[in-house]
Design a protein around this ligand. Structure first.
Ligand code: ZN
Length: 170
């Protein structure tokens, strides 16, 4: 198990859609284990493959940040099949260190995915879990949280990021 480097905005890999996983092999298992270790070390509650520079449709989530094994989810080829409601709340992203923005997301989502053996799984999430599932699956489509806010807010966030990159504080 290895802790991988987390890719930061504006690396192009973060803006590219991922490809479906077709081989459920040891390599996939190893990548998933490394992503879980990387998410826990960060620490974070979710991590998608592009954030470690990979283009597989794979993400990991753990709202307990390692405290409760039952909360760990490894989702292969996930997609949101239902979304209900809309709530605005503050969120962050490991690819945007220390940047918190208010983002609208569904209040409840239903996600279909596969496990590491290729078996179909279905997850219903509300509130923070819905937000996290939606955020991570967005990553797999090359969509970032700054893409979910108004152009004005996006501009402000980009300016802030540019200043921090120039100050080498990113
Ligand atoms: Zn993120």
């Amino acid at each position: 198990m290895a802790i991988l480097d987390i890719v930061k905005y504006p690396e192009p890999v973060l803006m590219e859609p991922t490809s479906a996983v077709e081989e459920f092999d040891d390599e996939l298992r190893e990548l998933a284990a490394d992503m879980v270790a990387t998410m826990h070390a960060a620490p974070g509650i979710g991590l998608a493959a592009p954030q470690v520079g990979r283009s597989e449709r794979l993400c990991v989530l753990d709202l307990s940040v390692g405290d409760d094994e039952a909360e760990l989810m490894v989702l292969v080829n996930p997609r949101v099949v239902e979304e209900h409601g809309n709530v605005k709340d503050e969120e962050g992203c490991l690819s945007f260190p220390d940047l918190m923005i208010i983002v609208p997301r569904p209040e409840r989502v239903v996600v279909e995915a596969q496990d590491l053996d290729g078996n179909p799984i279905r997850i219903e999430g509300e509130e923070l879990l819905a937000r996290c599932l939606h955020h991570e699956i967005d990553h797999l489509d090359g969509v970032l949280f700054i893409d979910r806010v108004s152009p004005l807010k996006r501009d402000l966030a980009r300016r802030k990021i540019r200043r921090r990159i120039q100050a080498q504080d990113w």
